[in-house]
Design a protein around this ligand. Structure first.
Ligand code: 13P
Length: 252
């Protein structure tokens, strides 16, 4: 019912040449797994070059951030209208944006609405810190992030949600499949409380945080987990292809 979805978040890695080379290494194999939605999110500067390489494929392209204004005096920012010409997706609310660039739920909400207005599909990230997790506050934190980020957002917009516990990002300390599944089940229930059960049941929710070729199966075989948002392992062509291949096998 929910198509599996694997996205690569390259974060602030790769020059344009390196991005092109990375896509060259994975493109042919990646192109073979059409039962999985695959989305590459390179840095802004490589969107055009990578987009050209993906043109005759069904592989999607996404940005990693965006401002919510259409245009104007916002030095250094990139607008939804600029992205719309280049790609179909945009990662919003990533914990690194929240942590290092002080993004709030209210700002992320404005960005999500602006992305949808422009016809971009947000990959909306949420997740708790280690302290919040250890204090038993995961549910409260996620509920505030979901309700704040999605205030006034229509369920029909096709938004994709990524649950990325901060303590699992880039640490090699992934959540367990069972724990991630139950937390994502909680997120789906929270979505149900705002959008109704049917819409919540059709929304894709990904897991992110130290996903690799060695552990993807543990996540993807869980009923609530529809895919993954992959950081470090998406910078290695063979490993990212392996993640997509295993997803295609398990979810088919
Ligand atoms: P890692 O896969 O490197 O832990 O990063 C996860 C992430 O933040 C993806 O957005």
């Amino acid at each position: 019912m929910r198509r599996p979805f694997i996205a690569a978040n390259w974060k602030m890695n790769t020059t344009v040449d390196e991005a092109v080379s990375l896509v060259n290494q994975m493109l042919q194999e990646l192109n073979g797994f059409n039962s999985v939605d695959r989305v590459l999110c390179p840095p802004f500067i490589s969107l055009q070059a990578v987009g050209n390489m993906l043109k005759r494929t069904e592989i999607g392209l996404g940005a990693q951030n965006m401002y919510f204004k259409e245009k104007g005096a916002f030095t250094g920012e990139v607008s939804p209208l600029m992205l719309k010409d280049l790609c179909g997706y945009v990662i919003l609310g990533h914990s690194e944006r929240r942590q290092y660039f002080a993004e709030t739920d209210a700002l992320i909400n404005q960005k999500i609405k602006a992305a949808l207005t422009a016809g971009l599909i947000p990959i909306f990230c949420i997740g708790e810190s280690l302290e919040q997790n250890e204090a038993g506050k995961t549910g409260d934190v996620l509920s505030v992030q979901v309700k704040g980020g999605l205030a006034g957002v229509d369920a029909d917009d096709g938004i994709v949600i990524a649950y990325e516990p901060i303590w699992a990002i880039g640490t090699g300390r992934a959540a367990t499949g069972i724990k991630a599944d139950s937390t994502i089940g909680f997120i789906r229930d929270t979505l149900g409380s705002i959008w109704g059960k049917d819409r919540a049941d059709s929304t894709r929710i990904l897991y992110g945080g130290s996903v690799t070729g060695a552990n993807i199966e543990e996540f993807i075989k869980q009923p609530q987990i529809d895919g993954a948002l992959v950081g470090g392992a998406s910078l290695k062509a063979a490993e990212f292809v392996s993640i997509v291949r295993q997803t295609a096998l398990v979810k088919s």
